[in-house]
Design a binder for this molecule. Structure first.
Ligand SMILES: [Zn+2]
Length: 111
């Protein structure tokens, strides 16, 4: 095993925030945004995966990471991302399956 092989093997292919079932690649630095779940867990992620993770976790928050403004952008993007958005075959009928923005619209129609 050469040094370059070891480098490839130990380097994670994607940021920690990327869900194992999410097929997309990272967008930007892998520590651009810190995602905090409601249990106190922390995961550094790229802007794209932080937004997707945030949309999928109830009660999650973001903190600024290495990229200024990325946490704010991820927070805004998460509003319109459906939970586990990579599950494209899932029916989107329940409130918990819709994005927060979609759920707000659905709630308004029910009133
Ligand atoms: Zn990522």
């Amino acid at each position: 095993m050469t040094a370059s092989d070891r480098g490839r093997a130990t380097e994670p292919s994607r940021c920690v925030a990327a869900h194992s079932e999410d097929p997309t690649n990272c967008a930007g630095p892998r520590d651009a945004v810190i995602v905090l779940d409601s249990h106190g867990g922390r995961a550094a992620g790229c802007e794209r995966h932080a937004a997707r993770l945030l949309a999928s976790l109830d009660g999650a928050h973001v903190e600024p990471g290495s990229v200024p403004g990325a946490a704010t952008r991820a927070f805004r993007a998460a509003e319109s991302i459906r939970p586990f958005c990579w599950h494209t075959n899932t029916p989107r009928t329940e409130s918990s399956q819709l994005s927060r923005a979609e759920d707000r619209v659905a709630r308004n129609h029910r009133h």
